[in-house]
Design a protein around this ligand. Sequence first.
Ligand SMILES: [Zn+2]
Length: 526
Amino acid sequence: MAAFSFTREKINEGELRKQLQDPAAGGYASFEGWVRNHNEGLPVRHLEYEAFEPLAIKEGERIVAEAIKRFGIEHAACVHRIGDLAIGEMAVWVGVSARHRAEAFQACRYIIDEVKHRVPIWKKEHYENGDSGWVNCERCAAPTTGDVDHSRHPHSHEHHSPALAATHAHLGAPVPDYSRQMALKEVGAAGQAKLRASRVLVVGCGGLGVPVISYLAGAGIGRLGLVDSDSLEPSNLHRQTMYALADVGKLKAELAAERVRALNPDVDVRPYTTRLDALNAPDLIAQHDLVIDCTDNFSTKFLLNDYCVRLGKPVVFASVYQYEGQLQIVQPGSACLRCVWPEATRDGIVGNCSEAGVLGPVPGIFGGLQAFEAMKLLLDLPGQLKDELLVLDLLTLSTSRVRTKRASACPEHAISRAVAAQASTAPVELEFDTLDQAHDAGFDIVDIREPRELQQTPTPSTHARHLPMAQLLHGQPPFRPTRKTVLLCATGKRSFAATQELRDRGIADVYSLRGGVKALQARLFS
Ligand SMILES: [Zn+2]
């Protein structure tokens, strides 16, 4: 039987239970969630469930697999109803068979809790007069009232009926409500699930970034990465209206992240208070589905262009100059910035806001357009800007669309430039708080100390390989050319020398861990 499934028919728990029977199992536990006839004193007449099935089934299957692995149970399954449900009908069923009853209970509890939290399912309660609107079931599952446990997992098991769940949403702190955009037939539950599953990187938290960030946060994008190394200046505020005068001097990426959390706690927002460069760009871009360029300098735009072409990620560009601006979307197969500007424009040829002057709404409008084009891409709406450059003059309110043509050498020139940029600017030394952090950032870790050193102080990570320095530098080092590698030794001196030696031999993506094992330990105990 399927580990997780949806049905529009009545759930037949007897039939499902039979399928979990196993002579090796001594225990069986099941949970049933029913539609209740009242909520906050309001009589509920019936209930609707909707889900974006491809995504929801994937997540549901993942949860059941996790439970099987985690609790060592024999079999488990979950079935959720969708469509219109009457009072008293079963909305969700979970069944678990296990060797012993303890695992059966625990796994059953785990599955229903995680399903309520993670599977994109929406619910609409119909009352005597009107309805609740579409409510994300994850929000209903999280207790928000003061007298209920605030941990991530809801507690009272048998109370976990859809009707009670909604009570939390109604009584507690207000929760994000996407009903106004979900009412569009092009969006609906499926579109909302797509937005929720999306990861968007916004580079630049200034005049263009502010509207982009606000609208995407409001729309319920799952994850927003915000890159900006600048601090807020008083002269920014006429166009960067998300910030406050009292915030002057603070880092914009962090200020923006704070605003996003206040606007929509559903969004997983991650500020990066760093300048995008050839070293951090590939990872940051790779971790997101879509990139929005909200910078005002050409070197970053071209850097983004090259890496996005190389990694096959769409990127929405905008730039403004006094009273006009332009919009271009680069995506796999389309023309890129270098196709349009073969002789890469250097910074300083066209002034940025501080030199040329700008009225606040100009970047506001173009940022709004970027946010909208981003949502068109994520929701797969018609009319996407493709193979065209949109130029809009706000003084005359005239628009023109310039056809862009993909150069035959497009992917190659982007790739070679990206590689060249990376090799020339990559520092030899890198710093990480832990080796797991390096591993998570996609680095292969090689400990080049001698075996006796490792006996005294083992490598503080399970992800590291051991290869003493002499062996490493003898002949061809066994590096995978597509991977980045970080070397470490006791204090960072030998790894520094080895990195330089390997770079000289033409291996670009190798780095030395600054301070070595000693620095890692110092951080651990500080
Ligand atoms: Zn190109």
